[in-house]
Design a protein around this ligand. Structure first.
Ligand code: NAP
Ligand code: MG
Length: 484
């Protein structure tokens, strides 16, 4: 089988050492998705040089000229929506419907950022010198490294690459190894619109082998990363040696608070979506439900019925509602957290096992899992699991719920279900996250809004929304003296 290649200086090329790695379908591990070139130090350096050589000419194009290339990519993506959904499902495992949601969201992000990127405003400022004008202009950083995770292989790449390119930067994409094919297919679109050579580069291979070379280079001028907090921390340290700015979107332990006056049916639907869509592998997934005692058992009963009804299977089958988790490593992590939960004394309300009957044994399937009687100090209540495991904690009142919600190292997304205006308003003010909701799922977000966590969930300027381009630019202060 031929292997998929890197894209450097506008040419598809194997790594200089000709090594490859393989990717398998998480719904059926017997199925090889493809072989991919495994980059090394030399390949990364070539990509960095390629992006540097292309910078001057790309950054001096007009915003409209850059937009026209990206609109071409957008049109192709719209046309290839169905084939992209098959690729995402094949390598990530999410259902076809979830893949289409991801693609539509990527399309919306692209459309928004292509327009937003044509509004790179500066300011004029009064100066104390006469016959002199002062202003700021926004200029690109230069070469930007973009490192993406496997859970939203297309959307995260779009959300970062489009504003970076619109601002005039050149880009090196290093996708998650588990979802390399989506990245290859996405970069093919840039090749098809004949984006100038070196403006967009793709480097395939293991982050633990090549990540440090990419993020430790002084020829890279900005790093935008989405992934685990652990890797984010190591990137931050590495980049700091060259004072390279970083944008880090990291893990979460996102709570949904349900107060006793809430509409439990509505709350349960939002919790189901937040906890089990994409097999719980969203950074904004609901992983903790914090519910007032009076309605706790009623809510758990509703959730349990819904969890037991979920149809688990290969995401490529139309009737599947929850696919496998993404790979054997993730499967083992999730199983070990389920064991920890049981040892810690939480009650297993449903699920809690790997599915191994019939076709399930070919893939990475975990039963959607509901833990009750969970307490704040348990590991399952404080560490990110990143799988279909939901913990229910019951509390005496709103104040206790808020304290528990905030008392974790993460701060990405949250939600509250209540019709009590004053408690909802207090929650909005006091929840320590970057994205919050009232009577909505914890994961809901549109392209117009910014996205970025606090505490160990993120650092640097947020992504997306009207501020999504800010990370990829620098303010330059300018004086012009036109007389004496
Ligand atoms: P990960 O292990 O941190 O990997 C993310 C990316 O970093 C991958 O491309 C990975 O490459 C690469 N990488 C690994 N080690 C590296 C290093 N030393 N230097 C540079 N890059 C390196 O995370 P993951 O397992 O893909 O994704 C799951 C995590 O992502 C979860 O914790 C989740 O919360 C987080 N996430 C956060 C958001 C958000 O917006 N906040 C969104 C999605 C996911 P390889 O694949 O080759 O290892
Ligand atoms: Mg990893």
């Amino acid at each position: 089988m031929e292997s998929w290649k890197n894209y450097v200086s506008g040419v598809w090329q194997n790594s200089t050492k000709n090594e490859t790695f393989e990717e398998r379908n998480p719904a059926d591990l017997n199925e090889v998705v493809g072989f991919f070139t495994s980059s090394n130090k030399e390949d990364v350096e070539m990509a960095i040089d390629s992006a540097n050589s292309a910078f001057l000419s790309w950054s001096t194009l007009s915003a409209l000229e850059r937009a026209n290339y990206l609109k071409g990519v957008l049109d192709l993506l719209k046309k290839e929506r169905d084939s992209f959904s098959k690729v995402i499902t094949l390598e990530n495992g999410k259902t076809l419907k979830e893949s289409l949601v991801e693609i539509d969201s990527a399309i919306n992000e692209m459309e928004f950022q292509i327009h937003q990127g044509q509004r790179l405003y500066g300011t004029t400022i009064q100066t104390n010198k006469k016959l002199t004008m002062a202003m700021t202009i926004k200029v690109p950083l230069g070469v930007v490294a973009i490192i993406t995770p496997w859970n939203f292989p297309l959307n995260v790449a779009c959300r970062k690459m489009i504003p970076a390119l619109m601002a005039g930067n050149t880009v090196i994409l290093k996708p998650a190894s588990l979802t390399s094919l989506t990245a290859v297919k996405f970069i093919e679109l840039f090749d098809k619109v004949q984006i100038p050579r070196g403006v967009v580069n793709l480097i395939l291979g293991s982050g633990s082998l090549i990540g440090e070379i990419l993020t430790g280079s002084f020829k890279v001028n900005g790093i935008s990363f989405t992934g685990s907090t652990e890797v984010g921390l190591s990137i931050q340290k590495n980049a700091a040696r060259n004072l390279i700015p970083t944008q880090l979107e990291l893990g979460g332990k996102n709570p949904v608070i349900v107060l006793k006056d809430a509409d439990l049916e509505e709350a349960s639907n939002a919790i189901m979506l937040g906890a089990f869509a994409c097999s719980g592998q969203w950074c904004t997934s609901t992983s903790r439900v914090i519910v007032e005692n009076e309605v706790a058992s009623e809510l758990v009963e509703i959730l349990k019925l819904k969890v037991l009804k979920l149809k688990i299977g290969n995401g490529a089958n139309k009737e599947t509602e929850m696919g496998p988790v993404c790979g054997t490593k993730q499967l083992e992590i999730i199983k070990s957290y389920i064991d920890i939960g049981i040892q810690e004394g939480a009650s297993l309300c449903c699920g809690g096992n790997q599915l191994i009957d019939a076709d399930y044994k070919k893939g990475c399937f975990v039963a959607p899992t509901l833990f009750t009687n969970v307490t704040e100090k348990m590991k399952i209540a404080s560490e990110e699991i990143f799988g279909p495991v939901l913990c229910v904690l019951s509390v005496d009142n709103f104040g206790e719920a808020l304290t528990i919600a905030n008392n974790v190292k993460y701060g990405l997304a949250s939600s509250i279900f209540t019709n009590d205006f004053s408690k909802a308003m207090r929650f909005i003010q006091e929840t320590k996250v970057g994205l919050t909701h009232v009577n909505m799922p914890s994961a809901y977000k549109e392209p117009m809004l910014p996205f970025g966590g606090v505490k160990m969930s993120g650092a640097g300027l947020p992504e997306a929304g009207t501020v999504g381009i800010d990370f990829f630019t620098k303010h330059k202060a300018v004086y012009i003296q036109y007389g004496h």
